[in-house]
Design a protein around this ligand. Sequence first.
Ligand SMILES: [Zn+2]
Length: 638
Amino acid sequence: MKRKIIALFLSASLVAVALAGCGKVDTAGQEDTNAEETEVVSETEAEAESIEEEETQTEEEPPQVQPGEERLLFVNGYDNCFIVDSKGNKLNELDLGKLKDSEFKDYTDITPVEYAEGIVYFEGTYYSGDDFCKDIIAYNLESKEQTVAYKLEKEEYVGAVDFYNGKVYVTTYDYKGSENTLKNSEKFLEKDAEALKYTVSDSPLNPVLAIISADIQSDKDGADNYDFRKCFTRELEENGYLVAYKNSILRLYDDKGNETGYPMDEDDYVSIVGYDKENILMTVTRYDIGKTERTLYCFDPKTGEKKIIDDSSKANTILYTDGFLYYYTDLSEEFGINNNHVYRYDPVSGSSALIYETRNVPGAVYNPGIIGFTVINGEVYFVDVMDRSFKWVRVNYDESGASYTDIYCALKEIDKLKYGDVEYVSKTVKCPDCDTPLNKEYVEYFVFNDSVPHSAEINAELKAQADLAVENYEDYGTTCEEHQEYPEQSCVTEETRVDNIRFIGENYVSVDRSGYWYGGGAHGMPWAEYILFDLTTGEQKSLRDFYSGSDEDFANLMAEVAVRELETNKEFSNQVYDNDKEAVEASVKESTTLDTVTIRFEDKGIYVEYMPYVLGPYASGFVDLYVSYEELLGRDSL
Ligand SMILES: [Zn+2]
């Protein structure tokens, strides 16, 4: 893959922010800002201010690397987890998939939540009957020794696990009390000096938490990254207060539980992104019929003043850390593609600067520039697609633009990109009279490289199919009045993605695609397709090219297979509408011909995939039936 380096033309302000980017907000500067304009300053003003800032901060020492500042890099849903130092150098790597299969076999899931002093802390989940249970597990990286450091009560959730003042603080919450109200509490764990053993104590804050518990949340909106979650004790000691929003009032609590309230507009939905001593960062959303207005604010808890950061309704928050708010806006004009612009807002200058801009690599499903986002020592890292892999990069930016440095922490290789690239066609059809979008199509297609025989013929066919799919669009034929009143319900959208490239035996390759069609309503319709090519000729093949029987023969065979499944496979019998033998037989016969079902070719047989609603309800998803080549064709391979 060619890596696109996106050139950003940075203003002087961004460079200045970068130079001062050790992430410490200096208090003197903060006091100055309080006296300044509360509105977001224009670019020229921002430049002037930043230059001043640069002058005052040039004498500051560069950020010192402190021992114990190691950080955890992890993205939910992936197996690789890394420990890096404060400069982003890899210190250690953990394969969670392997750990789950060996040392953590008792857990259905493990999530790394904190790292300190050679020990990784995991949230481990297991089930006791229908109830979930969670443990905080301590795992010594060097000795591979593990222990349950703390057992949560049944149905209790982990808020934050935070190594603070030499102890591991665990904040938890549940909804078990009266009227399902949120109940927060906090423990701290102290490690034995010699052994991997912990003593658990109640946090001195618990009596206060008991009073205000229903109103505070430990997992702030935006900080879904565990590494940035803080315990209540740290929040109180570092910031001087805990913050909550309830019944249209922004509430600040001191260490005794005393409340200072700031009333907000009752039509607004307020979500707190993060806060510190100086600022509370929040998203305010207002739902009106047909549109949603979203504004980012920086709230000053000393004066009660609110500064607008972004009121375009397009900004999404990522993280507030070290005195900076990171947020992004998707400025893509192509359906199916994200073009994310990531900004850093500095409450001291009151201005935002673009850090970098990035787009999807087609064929990889992810939120570009946002997945794996973290800030270490003032520098930004995220997971990018580079050299056919998802891997962490460090963002470097200067006058000439942003560039990305591989830090050798790879989440996963994208296998299909070994055989070629994924390209796409995207098209939006708008009403000629009022410009309302009526149809949006995004279709990916695979372009094989020369290592694959007959790639030119295969590529031409795949491209032609993609062009045809985009051309054959549909809309509802609504009037301007109708589609203006219900724009979302009147627009048909369809996304088609290349999931996988699979070689079957020596002579065939399958291009696996899946799609999602949406035309209003509660949900759309997923579909899948497996396009098979003969590598000796470059021709597309279907089951008809291999199977000599009739449609009726095939339907009868599949009905037999279905009855067999019903008797032996519990999952299948749960999926179908009516797990009665005659009913299943009849519905399979009725819905099966060689052309109407989706066939997935495998090494030893085929899966016949029935769309949702055909054999079972929508919630059952695709219902699969397997039949071997032996039974289907009388031979053991395709
Ligand atoms: Zn119209």
